[in-house]
Design a protein around this ligand. Structure first.
Ligand code: G6P
Length: 612
């Protein structure tokens, strides 16, 4: 939520800042701003409400703002409505301090009162303005340098922040501080960069530093120094980012979401190959030993959004394959319900960004309670990856579209790998079954490819329902978990109200909402539950619903009962989520396009949710 970039080097900063912000726009797009400084001159601040394009137009793509040192911000409003005045950067009264910030300052009210008494006034409703002025206050009061002034501020504020600051007295320098909000720094041939996420600087460098919580950094003269709260230098080495720069570009597709849907076969294969060599799953790269797996007596899965839906699928899959009780919980609920964990409990956190605040705090809690933890994350070096005892990296590459597709698919593969390997270790899966499951997982990419190839049919159906008001998704067992994701995809990018219901639960309320012409999407990939779900479909059909079924080839008699069918290839039933979700992703996409919505940047949403 909110994206930050910074540049200091040999080139003009503004175009680089705007380019970086364009890669971070998925983090927030209600306003944007930059500040650029040309040598000793006064820094120039330019802000614009709305999407980044407005700022680009206002600055002639950055060409009108001169200088080699600057920071920029794209905002997702927390304190204060979206407006130019609330947009970052924020400045102290005399422009001594200019800052951009991602996160939330919880005690902003108290700090505002303190600063007001000291003579400060405020022009915006943001906590960032207060943070900026608090830095200015300490800087002037104690006549100290930037690092000490920022350190004093960090001690005084509560909440989360990644902040980039420029001081008038220190031209050609940028200062950074971080606690609980993402931030990376990069260098390349005398140029220094900072950003909330890798895609913003991938075009310019692959050598990055990870700044830890409660650390600060100083960018100057082509180098970056790190400090702890005492102002002592913290030595750090760069890490190399392996992502391909082209991965953060649209590559000829109209939207990132469509590009990311198409990347899924490759990503599924690569993620599985990362833990499966010579037809054997090896979780040693994840950090898990056979002894650790043997001792697991129950599993908790914590996640948010689509990652939570992967968790719901995982619950069915792992319980069936490993015969260990699994409980899946929304991370935001898990944190506050005083979970009873023991050292034989295993907690799996699933997160694309690795920065979701609730998921991160759930991992911290699980660690404190003595459970072994595993993170399934996509971003190397992210906060959740660093907190968890073990890490399974999904190899989805940078995911830009706010609505996740490829990261979700990669997370499923991580779950399948874990389930099959845990089953082997715990003796619930024999040799023959083990080989069978591995072959089945290896066959998924080609099947996904086939579904994507026939996307025109989904587009045709989506266009017919572009003006629906309500859509229901129904299924049982694993099909229900897929419906949850299908429903979320639909509502988040098409703004059509949709709900996922366990088909057997329909009669307990939601059926009252079924009326003539309401679309009900049913998912039928689980043989044992097929007839039960078709009965529920008949019930809604009798009340006027229009039925779209997603089922496997072979169930052709379904055509007698439904209005539309989308057939998908068969796979082992545990792995059907990987196939059944694809038509649902496409449905959400095409509905969004048909309704003229900005597919990759739906309103009010941010891809990385770093506030509670
Ligand atoms: C946001 C995104 C979702 C994502 C969820 C969890 O709501 O829009 O796509 O599933 O956060 O994010 P994470 O990075 O933890 O997977």
């Amino acid at each position: 939520m909110c994206g930050i970039v910074g540049y200091l080097g040999k080139n003009q900063a503004a175009p680089i800042l705007l380019d970086g912000l364009s890669k971070l726009e998925y983090r927030g797009y209600d306003s944007a701003g930059i500040v650029v400084r040309d040598g000793e001159n006064q820094a120039e601040v330019v802000k614009a409400k709305g999407k980044l394009i407005n700022l680009s137009e206002k600055t002639n793509n950055g060409l009108d703002v001169k200088g080699n040192c600057g920071i920029g911000h794209t905002r997702w409003a927390t304190h204060g409505e979206p407006s130019e005045v609330n947009a970052h950067p924020h400045v102290s009264d005399d422009m001594n301090v200019v800052a951009v910030h991602n996160g939330i300052i919880e005690n902003y009210q108290e700090l505002k009162e303190k600063l007001t008494k000291k003579g400060y006034s405020f022009y915006s409703q943001t906590d960032t303005e207060i943070l900026t002025k608090l830095i200015d206050y300490y800087y002037k009061k104690y006549q100290i340098g930037p690092i000490d002034a920022i350190a004093k501020t960090m001690v005084r504020v509560r909440g989360s922040y990644a902040v980039a600051v420029m001081f008038h007295d220190y031209p050609n320098e940028i200062y950074v501080a971080r606690k609980d909000s993402p931030m990376i720094l990069g260098i390349n041939d005398g140029d220094c960069f900072l950003a909330s996420d890798v895609p913003a600087i991938l075009k310019y460098t692959r050598d990055v530093y990870y700044i830890d919580n409660l650390e600060m950094a100083r960018l100057h003269n082509g180098q970056i120094d790190f400090y702890n709260l005492d102002g002592d230098i913290v030595p750090k080495e760069t890490s190399e980012i392996k992502w391909d720069a082209a991965a953060a570009e649209k590559g000829g597709y109209e939207h990132f979401m469509m590009k990311e849907i198409h990347e899924q076969p490759r990503i599924i294969a690569e993620t599985f190959n990362s833990v499966c060599k010579d037809d054997k799953i090896d979780l040693s790269s994840v950090g898990l030993t056979t002894e650790e797996i043997e001792k697991i007596s129950s599993i908790y899965i914590v996640a948010c959004g689509s990652a939570y839906h992967v968790g719901v699928s995982a619950q069915y899959i792992i319980e069936d394959l490993v015969k260990v009780p699994v409980r899946v919980e929304l991370a935001s609920e898990f944190r506050y319900r005083k979970p009873m964990l023991t050292e034989n409990d295993f907690v799996i956190a699933i997160s694309q960004s690795g920065e979701t605040e609730d998921t991160k705090k759930a991992v911290v809690l699980a660690n404190e309670l003595g459970a072994n933890t595993l993170a399934i994350v996509n971003v190397v070096g992210s906060s959740i990856a660093r907190e968890a005892g073990n890490v399974f990296y999904t190899l989805a590459g940078p995911e830009i579209s706010v609505a996740t597709t490829k990261a979700y698919s990669a997370q499923l593969i991580a779950i399948y790998s874990i389930a099959v390997e845990f089953g082997r270790v715990k003796g619930t899966i024999d040799e023959a079954k083990y080989k069978y499951y591995i072959d089945e997982i290896k066959a998924i990419p080609d099947k996904v490819e086939k579904i994507i190839e026939s996307k025109d049919r989904i587009q045709w159906i989506a266009n017919k329902f572009a003006y629906s008001h309500d859509v229901f998704f129904i299924g049982r067992g694993l099909d229900y978990s897929i419906c949850m994701e299908g429903s979320l995809k639909m509502k988040e990018i098409s703004y059509i109200h949709s709900e996922a219901y366990a088909a057997g639960e329909l009669k307990h309320g939601p059926i009252a909402l079924i009326d003539d012409g309401i679309l009900v999407v049913s998912c039928l990939t689980q043989e044992d539950l097929y007839e039960k779900t078709t009965s529920n479909m008949t019930e809604v059909k009798a009340r006027g619903a229009i039925l779209l079924a997603i089922t496997t080839y072979g169930h052709y008699n379904i055509e007698d009962n439904v209005d539309y069918v989308t057939y998908i290839p068969k796979a082992d039933e545990h792995f059907m989520p990987s196939l059944a979700v694809i038509p649902m992703q496409l449905m959400g996409y095409y509905l969004s396009v048909a309704r003229g919505i900005d597919v990759d940047k739906p309103k009010n949403l941010a891809k990385s949710v770093t506030v509670e």
